[in-house]
Design a protein around this ligand. Structure first.
Ligand code: PDD
Length: 285
């Protein structure tokens, strides 16, 4: 069935939706994006995603295409029009269409705003949450402003393919001997009562799920250490997991062929996943 998508003010059947060949998102990857999950027809942590979008836009001196309340309306409208119970909403803003030039076009160039939905029935009941996923490590060869959520996703895409070729599910990226993050998620290990994840900076995306999970962990009196860790430390940890808007809290049971703990999803990870999903469902809008 054809989806209804949103392009620059219009709700259209996906076959009719068009963006210019001169769009800077297409020519320069000059665009930012957000992915918000939908559970039970409601948006998970919309405010967090809207806030990060504002920040990404500001960092790139890009004009916001619509006000935050209108953005919420568009999200809701797409959920309704496409009958989404569980799934994802993808949003992309680019600097708009302009004759090809490395310099930014005039400030009054209209940004491009595109949103579409992806239905994912049972998104929160993924079988992988019970079995865990396997990751490999790869060098982090992305650009230096990973805190801005740009659409330059070729290297993460290559990383996912390297993982697949190795019979694994994902890749953790390593820079200067330390893990930065997963190809499309933040990376964590658990040792004793401590949850360890890389500190915020320009080296990683400031995950919206990460912020919520760390808040819940602290509220549950768990110790949180925001610092870098190596693959070797991760291999010797009790548990490992990833977080993202689409995976929520997902156990990692193997890193570069080494089983983590007893090779099965850990109890701390399972508890965090449960708390995260419970609390976020309650707060969903
Ligand atoms: N990816 N790190 C990277 C590099 C990411 O691409 C993502 C999200 C995250 C987690 O951020 P959040 O918790 O806000 O989803 C961390 C999205 C889901 C994607 O590209 O599909």
């Amino acid at each position: 069935m054809s989806r209804t998508v949103y392009v620059n003010g219009d709700y259209l059947p996906e076959e009719e939706a068009k963006v210019s060949v001169f769009d800077r998102g297409f020519l320069f990857a000059d665009g930012v994006y957000e992915v918000t999950s939908v559970l039970g027809g409601r948006l998970i942590d919309f405010e967090g995603h809207a806030r990060r979008l504002q920040r990404s836009l500001a960092e790139l001196e890009m004009k916001a295409p619509v006000e935050a309340n209108e953005l919420l309306e568009i999200h809701r409208e797409l959920v309704t029009r496409n009958g989404i119970e569980d799934g994802l909403i993808y949003l992309q803003v680019t600097r708009g269409a302009a004759d090809r030039d490395f310099a930014y076009p005039a400030a009054d160039t209209e940004p491009t705003l595109v949103l579409f939905t992806q239905a994912k029935p049972g998104l929160a009941d993924s079988p992988a949450a019970k079995t865990g996923i396997k990751v490999i490590s790869i060098p982090d060869r992305r650009w230096g402003r990973r805190d801005i959520k740009t659409v330059q996703l070729l290297y993460p895409s290559m990383g996912k393919m390297m993982a697949k070729a190795a019979g694994c599910d994902d890749a953790w990226m390593v820079e200067d001997g330390q893990v930065t993050e997963g190809t499309s998620n933040n990376a964590y290990i658990v040792k004793g009562n401590a949850i360890i994840t890389r500190h915020l900076g320009t080296e990683i995306l400031h995950g919206i799920t990460r912020a919520a999970v760390l808040r819940f962990a602290r509220e549950a009196q768990m110790q949180v250490e925001e610092r870098p860790f190596t693959i070797e430390e991760a291999q010797g940890a009790d548990e490992a997991f990833i977080t993202s808007a689409s995976a929520f809290v997902m156990p990692v049971v193997e890193i570069d062929g080494t089983a983590i703990g007893d090779g099965r999803p850990g109890t701390v990870t399972a508890r965090l996943r449960e708390v995260y999903l419970d609390e976020m469902r309650k707060a969903a809008i």
